[in-house]
Design a protein around this ligand. Structure first.
Ligand code: ADP
Ligand code: MG
Length: 244
């Protein structure tokens, strides 16, 4: 059996007395797209954040490319370099041009030369349809363009997998489609992706598997046609009834 890209078993996390993750088991294969859905507060963001150790698990195991992230010997910086993360808020540096936003970490973290970093930045701006915006500043871009630039910035770091936490939730409705289109093309290129989303159409069309979380547990997981089309659990049905 080949090593999964992400392998989570019996993952537990509490904040004080609040048990936020109560024994999560989940694996994501290389090239697989897994969409995580569920009500607000169910632990979706915490789950993603445990994968790159933005949150430290209290128990269980998280392996990325076979490496246990909680192992004290784990090269955390090296691990984080292999994982791209895109948040709801785009977090671009407002005082830097789009091009500089895409080159700064390449230069500082990956030690790429200016010429290499700029070439890779431009390739990735092209990839998200922003080739003509390299010289623009974030405030000059629409929300959808800013989020696409943030995705390009992650891609410029040559990640092996990408985590998305509600990447379209902060966008005006008319701008959601352009960001989903970029994510769809990434999926088609074979990128390994874990996507927390409320976009059920995207999950249905793009996900290999959909995971429904509630109360810090995986309630139901499977192909989108099953989980979204004919869920077996009452909690999944209730959730879908509310959002669809
Ligand atoms: P979701 O992304 O599904 O909305 P989260 O993972 O963000 O859920 O949060 C799950 C629960 O954990 C919520 O009740 C939230 O308030 C709580 N929580 C998340 N992060 C923290 C934190 N750093 N400190 C305390 N509580 C937190
Ligand atoms: Mg969240």
């Amino acid at each position: 059996m080949t090593t999964p890209a992400i392998e989570i078993s019996d993952l537990r996390k509490s904040f004080g007395s609040l048990e936020v993750l109560r024994g999560i088991d989940l694996s994501v294969g290389f090239g697989e797209v897994v969409c995580v859905i569920g009500p607000s507060g169910s632990g979706k963001s915490t789950l993603l954040r445990c994968v790159n150790l933005l949150e430290e698990p209290d128990g269980g195991s998280v392996r990325v490319g076979g490496v246990e992230v909680t192992d004290p010997d784990c090269d955390l910086d090296g691990l984080r370099r292999t994982i791209g993360m895109v948040f709801q808020s785009f977090n671009l540096f407002g005082h830097l041009s789009v091009l500089a936003n895409l080159t700064i970490a390449q230069r500082r973290v990956l030690k790429r030369s200016r010429a290499d970093a700029e070439l890779i930045a431009r390739e990735n701006l092209e990839r998200v349809g922003l080739a003509d915006k390299a010289g623009a500043y974030p405030a000059q871009l629409s929300g959808g363009q800013q989020q696409r630039a943030a995705i390009a910035r992650s891609l410029a770091m040559s990640p092996e997998l990408m985590l998305f936490d509600e990447p379209t939730s902060a966008l005006d409705p008319e701008l959601v489609g352009e960001v989903l289109a970029v994510m769809r093309s990434l999926a088609a290129e074979g990128m390994t992706m874990m996507v927390v989303t409320h976009e059920m159409g995207f999950a249905r069309e793009v996900a290999d598997r959909v995971v429904f979380m509630d109360g810090g547990q995986v309630v139901e997981a499977g192909p989108p046609a099953d989980v979204l089309g004919s869920p077996t659990e009452a909690r999944t049905r209730e959730f879908l009834h509310r959002v669809l």
